[in-house]
Design a protein. Sequence first.
Length: 218
Amino acid sequence: MSIAPVVTDTSGSGANSRTRLSDNYDTFLVLLTAQLQNQDPLAPMDSTQFTQQLVQFSQVEQQIRTNEQLEGLVGQYQASSAGAALAYLGNDAIIESAQTTFDGDEANWDYTFDGAPQNVTLEVKNAQGRTVYTTTGQTGPGEHLFTWDGTTTGGDAAPNGVYKLVVNADDADDKAVNSTITVRETIRGVDFSGANPLVITVSGSRTLDSIRAVIDAG
């Protein structure tokens, strides 16, 4: 009779993993006892195999402890993120996003280039993804502000709503130049329904890692 190898899934919660480990260990002891009782006295079993099994059980238990510690760290991180999100309430934030709201007055974006483009075209798209306005943007490295007054390319007034800025830029060799777009919006709420909290602005929900700066309302 041979002893089955240890098979214990350490994924999931620490409590479930410990239960599975305990069940496997009990089964191992039953098999080991039966094998010892039925072994040939003239050719006793080699202790190497069950010694290795005991070592494996020890390693699995250590992995479960590590997982439990990681679960604790994740919980602490989530609590810290929730506290940070609540602290932002009512403040304006600079958010890395191409999406903002046109309120009938104007919409503002900042765009920054990684390099120095020679040609820049700006497109404003509505919530359905259709381009409503196109214009030439500023070239050169650094930060540039773009303000849209809501007038479409055809001269009509765009309705209030959420709009997205698309920056198309290329250099003298017609190679694309990457850009980073940010908007300034007020944080009006916090969403705790998911694994990580989200801050809520007038144009939608944002992850905490999209916030580049927070401006104190006071």
